[in-house]
Design a protein around this ligand. Structure first.
Ligand SMILES: Nc1ncnc2c1ncn2[C@@H]1O[C@H](COP(=O)(O)OP(=O)(O)O)[C@@H](O)[C@H]1O
Ligand SMILES: [Mg+2]
Length: 442
């Protein structure tokens, strides 16, 4: 059992806000990934929850128990938070066997009231006030047996780390972390030292581990694919600021802004600039794709005025927040890259409320003879299962994915359009997504 709550947690070094007013609830038994580019504040966030870093301000609770509160002056030390860690460098003790490595942390559990049941689980009494005693040898054996069965390293108990493969070592490290019965498991890029194939395998095992232990997992990664595939919820951070906290498919289909849209998805989303206004029927009449007319029809009714007003109010609220120090790492609106064949100078004008970015995931591009848009194959990369194509439309480049073993010639003329209801429209001015919908090129 572990439900973690962060309220207004900030960590700054002088004017540098590594974590900026973070509010987050991690539900019991969740598998939450902290995702974002290098330096965005993932590790700092994890370390603050674990008690390895002291927040500048804010409050952190685990299961309703206050672990940190800057106003109350409470700061529970890491070793009293009953949490486990798995880091990128999971150094095992080289002079100890697998068994000894796993058992090591158990010999000094003389936590109040701890005992081990028949299944090898550590049971703690509710008060936590019972007299401390060390676990017996037999109890330790039961725990080691249980956790080594979970990660399937039972047959290797007497080996030394140097006699194990990278994947087996990783499993020993996991077993060692699980042994003391942590209520939360914190992992900071634990797979980044492994080769690609093993990483994929360990991902699947971590998913099983999460299921089998029923613990809460908080997992740091900069790899969007890892976050998408593992998490029950993704917490996407940029420049210390929470961008979106949602289930993976919500992040993918309903990204809050252009930064989020760009960060998840491989190949990345296509951004296409558009200009136009909302019509009486709610659709947007756009000019895009080098002078073509198109209609974007939102799936859910939306009024552009309401959207701009709401974003404005949110920004004002954010700007008027009291700060103890001026933020030197300023927040900026993400500049989305619009792919072009030939670089051309940016138009030098003020963006207004008729400037949009249409977000088109590669799988929404349909190549067919009926397509409304003329294009040309710029490059084609078949993998066997699918082909990633770059399509040239005038000076614009769009990336599409075609399933199956289709062969395209470079320079081949094709026609295309955009299918589905999950195209996205963002304001270019504020970067925020206004709606999902369909896009019809006239
Ligand atoms: N002890 C420190 N003193 C000053 N700046 C730090 C310290 N630790 C981390 N930072 C800065 O805080 C930012 C966030 O760091 P970190 O949480 O490690 O990022 P991530 O794990 O997302 O890559 C980085 O810009 C980093 O340089
Ligand atoms: Mg880090």
């Amino acid at each position: 059992m572990a439900r973690i709550e962060l309220e207004h947690v900030t960590k700054r070094w002088g004017g540098y806000y590594a974590v900026d007013d973070l509010n987050l609830v991690i539900e019991n038994n969740a598998f939450v990934t902290l995702l974002g580019p290098s330096g965005c504040g993932k590790t700092t966030t994890l370390r603050m929850i674990a008690g390895l870093e002291t927040p500048t301000t804010g409050r952190i609770t685990i299961d309703g128990e206050v672990m940190f509160d800057s106003d109350l002056g409470i700061n529970v030390p890491a070793n009293k938070r009953r949490v486990g860690f798995l880091f990128q460098n999971y150094a095992l003790w080289p002079n100890m066997t697998v068994y000894q490595n796993i058992a090591f942390g158990l010999s000094n559990i003389n936590e109040s009231g701890a005992a081990v049941n028949e299944k090898g689980e550590i049971v703690r009494d509710e008060t936590g006030k019972a007299p401390a005693r060390k676990l017996t040898k037999e109890e330790i054996r039961r725990v080691v047996d249980r956790v080594s069965a979970i990660v399937k390293i039972g047959p290797f108990m007497d080996r030394y780390p140097s006699e194990l493969s990278g994947g087996q070592q990783q499993r020993v490290a996991i077993a060692r972390t699980l042994a003391p019965g942590p209520r939360v498991l914190f992992m900071d890029e634990p797979l980044s030292n492994l080769d690609a194939k093993l990483r994929l395998e360990m991902r699947s095992e971590l998913q099983r581990l999460h299921l089998n232990t029923g613990s809460t997992f908080v997992y740091v990664t900069h790899d969007q694919m890892e976050a998408m595939t593992l998490a029950t919820r993704i917490c996407l951070i940029e420049n210390g600021v929470l961008q979106q906290y949602a289930e993976p498919l919500t992040i993918y289909n309903q990204p809050r802004n252009t930064f989020v849209a760009d960060f998840v998805g491989n190949p990345a989303v296509n951004f296409v600039a558009a200009r136009g206004a909302q019509q009486a029927d709610g659709s947007l009449a756009l000019e895009m794709l080098e002078g073509r007319k198109a209609i974007f029809t939102p799936t859910e009714p939306v009024k552009t005025q309401d959207f701009f007003q709401q974003v404005e109010e949110e920004q004002q609220a954010a700007d008027s927040k009291k700060r103890e120090a001026e933020k030197t790492n300023k927040d900026q609106i993400f500049q989305c890259a619009i792919a072009k064949v030939e670089e051309e100078p940016e138009e030098d004008r003020e963006l207004d409320e008729e400037d949009w970015i249409v977000g088109i995931r590669p799988e929404f591009i349909r190549i067919s003879d009926q397509g409304a848009v003329e294009g040309e194959i710029f490059s084609a990369m078949p993998t066997g299962m699918e082909t990633t194509v770059k399509l040239r439309v005038g000076n614009l480049l769009l990336t599409g994915v075609v399933f199956g073993g289709v062969i395209y010639q470079i320079g081949q003329k094709v026609r295309l359009d955009f299918e589905g209801e999950n195209l996205m429209i963002f304001s270019r001015k504020n970067g925020r997504r206004m709606a999902q919908g369909t896009l019809k090129v006239l």
